[in-house]
Design a protein around this ligand. Structure first.
Ligand SMILES: [Zn+2]
Length: 66
């Protein structure tokens, strides 16, 4: 199981995204971002492919394996 909390990403929020793998984790995290942090979601949607990849790589270093 993999976990990534909003707090780890610098957000003042207690949500922890969980998933069996990176794909599932990202899917759950994105779903939460869309509803709970729409401004962040909008920011992400405006990113270029390059910026997105950079963000994903950074996120992967913050994922906790439990
Ligand atoms: Zn959150």
């Amino acid at each position: 199981m993999m976990e990534l909390s909003c707090r780890t990403l610098g957000l003042d929020c207690d949500y922890v995204a969980k998933g069996e793998n990176m794909d599932e984790l990202m899917k759950n995290g994105l779903e939460h971002t869309k509803t709970a942090h729409p401004e962040k979601y909008e920011e992400m949607m405006k990113m270029t492919e390059e910026e997105k990849q950079k963000m994903m790589a950074e996120m992967q270093t913050k994922v906790a394996k439990v």
